[in-house]
Design a protein around this ligand. Structure first.
Ligand code: FDA
Length: 402
């Protein structure tokens, strides 16, 4: 300890997924590491993630599942620390896990053991952790940095910013990392909530509200991206994996396209049904394929849009009308009012521009000793465990180097 300040090799700000990973990896290298967290406990987002069971990785964590101004930035770190490396750590700690969907690994019971595992690793690696500690100021020194914290002055030769994105402020999210980036002359690309449910205009809200609770597989398309996943109608709007994924591509004013028939050849199927079951209505035909209340509502809206009564039998529908109805069901277009925003978004799109960084260890090229890792950077994954894999991999890359 120096005069009036404590002295460390590395200070990591943010005891979330990336910060805890980085801290213990650096600690095992013999570095004296201080981990600073402003919340009362570490890893709050991990505890809330995956519906409380943490979808901690995806075995198919390839670069095509990530977005950002430079989608290749994540390659180096992700190559050197794969989903199987994290899985090995999880298994070494005896944490039971399940593959809920192909490649998507979740804890079997609760996310708690993941946080305990990371804290244990930090303890074994000799990391000092300060919770409920705020950083008021960061000053660059000739070599290294001095931080004014709520627990006094701290000096370090390497400073790692692992403060995450803006989603869910009640879980500790802050714009601190962006502030630090600007202080050091780094560009922060515009941020917006992603992996977030959509809200609806009053017209569509009143139509969908009675259907709240219904889930069905769909294909959702937005700005050239397409996802085959379940959609969930909620009291607030449209959610479920299909909508969360589409939200990452959505900008205010854009329309979403939903194929309620999940990719089946609806036109061929409807033409066939007109021969086989001519006395059925569109709603009756749809009820074989979708939850009944949803089927009847969609049939009603489609018939309204095409200008026929919902009671019309298939036999009484012309080819042109059948085609128009098919389009209403398979290319259902809706303009959301907006999204639920930071309150419920899982991630932040945008963030600190990676252009100024080495992809090898997430170091700022022009500021020796300064690193940014995890979600604070402009690297955003799709839904399915990809965001945690980026947090682990960038944390390890930095921890091996800082
Ligand atoms: P993270 O947010 O984990 O950690 C940042 C830490 O910094 C926090 O502890 C915060 O309190 C702290 N901090 C912030 N400002 C500070 C300051 N000024 N001073 C000190 N500390 C500060 N991903 C996935 O792959 N699978 C999943 O199942 C889910 N599920 C999920 C559910 C929900 C509800 C959310 C909100 C998010 C997810 N995610 C997810 C996304 C995932 O949680 C996220 O991408 C990672 O936690 C990012 O890791 P970071 O370490 O970068 O930030």
């Amino acid at each position: 300890m120096g005069e009036g300040y404590s002295d460390w090799d590395i200070v990591v700000i943010g005891a979330g997924a990336a910060g805890m990973m980085c801290a213990h990896v650096a600690g095992y290298r013999g570095r004296r590491v201080l981990l600073v967290e402003h919340a009362k406990r570490a890893g709050k987002k991990i505890l809330m993630s995956g519906g409380g069971r943490c979808n901690f990785t995806n075995l198919d964590a390839a670069p095509r599942h990530y977005f950002g101004a430079n989608p290749r930035f994540c390659i180096s770190a992700m190559k050197r620390y794969s989903p199987y490396d994290f899985l090995e750590l999880v298994e070494r700690h005896g944490i039971e896990h399940v593959e809920k969907a192909p490649g998507q690994l979740f804890c079997a019971d609760s996310a708690k053991p993941i946080v305990e595992m990371l804290l244990t690793e930090c303890e074994w690696a000799g990391v000092e952790t300060w919770l409920s500690t705020t950083v008021e100021r960061i000053e660059p020194l000739g070599q290294g940095f001095e931080l004014l914290t709520s627990r006094g002055r701290v000096r370090c030769s390497s400073l790692v910013i692992a403060t995450g994105g803006l989603s869910i402020p009640t879980l500790g999210a802050s714009g601190f990392g962006y502030q630090v980036a600007r202080q050091f002359g780094l560009e922060v690309l515009p941020t917006r909530p992603a992996l977030v449910p959509f809200t609806l205009t009053s017209q569509w809200k009143s139509r969908f509200e009675p259907l709240a609770g219904i889930a069905t597989p769909v294909i959702a398309r937005c700005n050239g991206a397409s996802y085959r996943e379940p959609l969930l109608v909620t009291h607030r709007g449209l959610s479920g994996p299909a909508m969360l994924q589409a939200s990452s591509h959505w900008l205010p004013g854009d329309a979403l396209e939903i194929d309620w028939l999940d990719g089946i050849d609806a036109k061929a199927s409807l033409f066939r049904a007109r021969i086989d079951t001519p006395r059925r209505s569109l709603g009756g035909w749809l009820s074989d394929r979708l939850p009944k209340r949803l089927a009847l509502a969609l049939a009603q809206w489609a018939c309204e849009a095409v200008g026929v009564s919902a009671e019309t039998t298939l036999a009484d529908l012309s080819n042109a009308r059948l085609e128009a109805l098919t389009a209403q069901l398979c290319r259902f277009s809706i303009k959301p009012a907006g999204t639920e925003g930071w309150r419920t978004a899982e991630v932040t799109m945008g963030g600190v521009d990676t252009q100024a960084f080495s992809s090898k260890d997430c170091a700022v090229r022009d500021v020796p000793g300064l690193y940014f890792i995890g979600e604070v950077l402009d690297v955003t994954g799709q839904l399915g465990g990809y965001n945690f894999q980026w947090a682990w991999a960038s944390g390890v890359a930095c921890g091996q180097s800082a």
